[in-house]
Design a protein around this ligand. Structure first.
Ligand code: BDR
Ligand code: CA
Length: 311
């Protein structure tokens, strides 16, 4: 079983990632869920993380609150995609489970120092602020991380929050820069991959056919989430970003990519938060990430549907 910490800003697609992890207890042990400000402010991402834990009947999981704003820049949120609460689409009760008193950054540092070196994987589904803070405060944790698998960035298609930048990296480029320079083995799931994972009507119908409450709520969330792309781009569904991170742990063979050097733009306002991916190895700089480019989309949705059915 792979030990993971999930750092997240739920978000309907973050919720799908959490549920994919909770539906895979044989392969994955979730040590804790850390909330960070991103899609919506921290107060709501923390609430939403707990709602998802309760929906999956995992209120035993520790939810920790981390940074309420990026390291250096003002917080940018994405209510235009996720709705006012971040989890619009299904009316759920306020969570009963409370947040753990420890700060998420302390939890990350302590856990990495406590667990055997090279056994804990960091899964990041939002801005990298908590991880950046942990690395700044405790650089000794970097070599202890087995791998950091992130949803973030994009290169061949440009960005989704500015023409150059993907949302998670754009919100906290300084934190992303710290992470990409940390020496931690990184697997990056960029928009190039997630845009191959559209929640088409047929795929959503298969999830609906599961018939359980978690599956029904997931369908309501996905139908809300996808309306942004359906209305704006006329696509059949929306791109399901964050579950790629968990799917990679379960079935890495679904994805193909290359080891590349990735640098983060932190200076130019025009291209702030751009992930400069050296796909063709023209820079001579040492690769610091495995950048994924293609995914077996039907295989991915088969896996997601199968695991949601286990909840
Ligand atoms: C990322 O931004 C958020 O809106 C999503 O949850 C995902 O993590 C996609 O750019
Ligand atoms: Ca997210």
């Amino acid at each position: 079983r792979r030990k993971i910490i999930i750092d997240t800003d739920p978000g309907q697609d973050d919720a799908a990632a959490l549920m994919l992890a909770f539906g895979s207890p044989e392969e994955i042990e979730v040590l804790g869920v850390c909330a960070v400000a991103g899609n919506v402010p921290l107060r709501l991402t923390s609430r939403n993380a707990r709602i998802v834990c309760e929906l999956a009947r995992r209120s035993d999981i520790g939810v920790y609150e981390g940074a309420d704003k990026p390291l250096e820049r003002p917080l940018v949120t994405a209510e235009h995609v996720h709705g006012k609460t971040g989890l619009d689409g299904a009316a759920l009760d306020e969570p009963k489970m409370s947040v753990r008193p420890q700060h998420a950054v302390d939890f990350i540092v302590e856990t990495l120092r406590r667990e055997e070196e090279g056994t804990v994987t960091l899964c990041t589904l939002g801005p990298l602020t908590n991880i950046g803070m942990a690395l700044r405060r405790a650089p000794d944790i970097a070599p202890r991380v087995r791998e950091l698998v992130m949803m973030g960035g994009g290169f061949s298609e440009g960005g989704n929050i500015t023409p150059a930048a993907e949302f998670n990296i754009f919100v906290d480029p300084q934190a992303a820069d710290i992470v990409f320079r940390s020496g931690i083995p990184i697997v990056m799931m960029p928009l190039d991959v997630t845009h191959q994972l559209m929640t088409t009507k047929a795929r959503v119908a298969r999830i609906a056919a599961i018939g359980t409450r978690p599956a029904r709520v997931m369908v309501d969330w996905l139908e809300f989430f996808e309306r942004f792309d359906v209305e704006k781009y006329g696509s059949d569904g929306g791109p399901l970003h964050d579950p790629t991170v968990i799917a990679y742990l379960l079935k890495p063979e679904l994805f193909t990519g290359r080891n590349c050097n990735v640098e983060i733009e932190t200076n130019s306002e025009l291209t702030m938060g751009m992930t400069v991916v050296d796909w063709w190895r023209v820079s001579g700089r040492t690769p610091n990430a495995r950048v994924m480019r293609h995914v077996d989309s039907d295989g991915f949705f088969d896996l997601l549907t199968e695991r949601l059915a286990r909840l």
